[in-house]
Design a protein around this ligand. Sequence first.
Ligand code: NAD
Length: 372
Amino acid sequence: MENFINETQAARVVFGSGVIGQVREELNALGAKKTLVVSTPGHEKKANEMAELIGDICVGIHAKAVQHVPIDVVEEALKVVKDRKVDSLVSVGGGSSIGLAKAIALSTSLPIVAVPTTYAGSEMTPVWGITENGLKKTGTDHKVKPKTVIYDPTLTVTLPKRLTVMSAMNSMAHSIEGLYAPKVNPIISLFAEESIKAIRSSLPDIMKDPSDLNSRSNALYGCWLSGTVLGSVGMALHHKLCHVLGGSFGLQHAETHTVILPYAVWYNASSIPEAIKIMARALGTDEEDVAGFLFDFSKSLNVPTSLAEIGMKEEDLDRAAELASKNPYYNPRPITKQSIKQLLESAFKGERPPKGMEFQGGVDQWMLELPF
Ligand code: NAD
């Protein structure tokens, strides 16, 4: 075994059906006296229920979070925080609600109790993002990481089937890429393998019965672990591509992760034999067919498997390849604009990554144009 440093950040996690009833106790433990509930407009009902559970220390509900955390939304929320002398935040919802709470914490250091209702995993990371003038700036700061996370699967039964699958595949992507990302170590690999197993086994059961709390718990447990992976290691090609496609072409976050994942694995497979072994074991498939299995898995769960289906325009593929290959970043297999373009073209068409066949990208255009 090679030497390693493990830096998993501590968080208090309260997990299980019905644990949402303990939110007041958790706030008391943090010394909270004036709590603001942060949520998305679609979640006002859940935010109201949360305010009732919090009781007399709740000073309001701010249900104005939207995807990608626009700066004007942050500024409005900061004004509310100042006016009401807020000393603690409870975020109810997915990555967008948590994203706004993190942006508030970035300039106020207020403690966050996160109550996730999707599988995106942001609650386990110190990563914040704010969008200004069309550009999403991200950074890492431990003061934005929630102090307490309450995972209650009863809050996830309302997630529609399609959103359930895509959000969980977004989460699985954290663990898959975490297996070959910078700073991976044996502890993180254990988390990643266990989370892939839990997500892979729970999704087909949730599709049969979305209100089954056992499979919802299993999925949420897997997503907690994969959020921990995301918060502990660096990332590579998959996350870079999704960032570019979401940030510059407006594709929806979880949908993009779901479509890109098989292609990123196909692209890197020949350079990551140890990680592929773990993925194959966790997914219950052949090492030669991990990328194809991920593609088939999404298809069997009736979610899109091509960029065309989620709104990407064919004429934008070249610019996306340019943006995703422009600045150097870690990836186990070298990246060129041409190889990324080929990957994106396959993903655009939704071609199944073939079993046992290495991705053939990486040949620069000038080589293809040689006259012999
Ligand atoms: P989201 O929070 O935007 O939620 C998606 C939709 O699902 C919303 O319309 C919401 O109202 C609805 N919803 C949420 N929970 C529901 C439930 N239980 N039942 C019914 N509907 C529900 O999306 P998301 O995928 O959770 O998060 C995506 C955002 O999170 C992106 O902006 C992404 O960049 C960010 N993110 C950040 C990190 C990080 O570490 N900073 C990690 C992962 C994701």
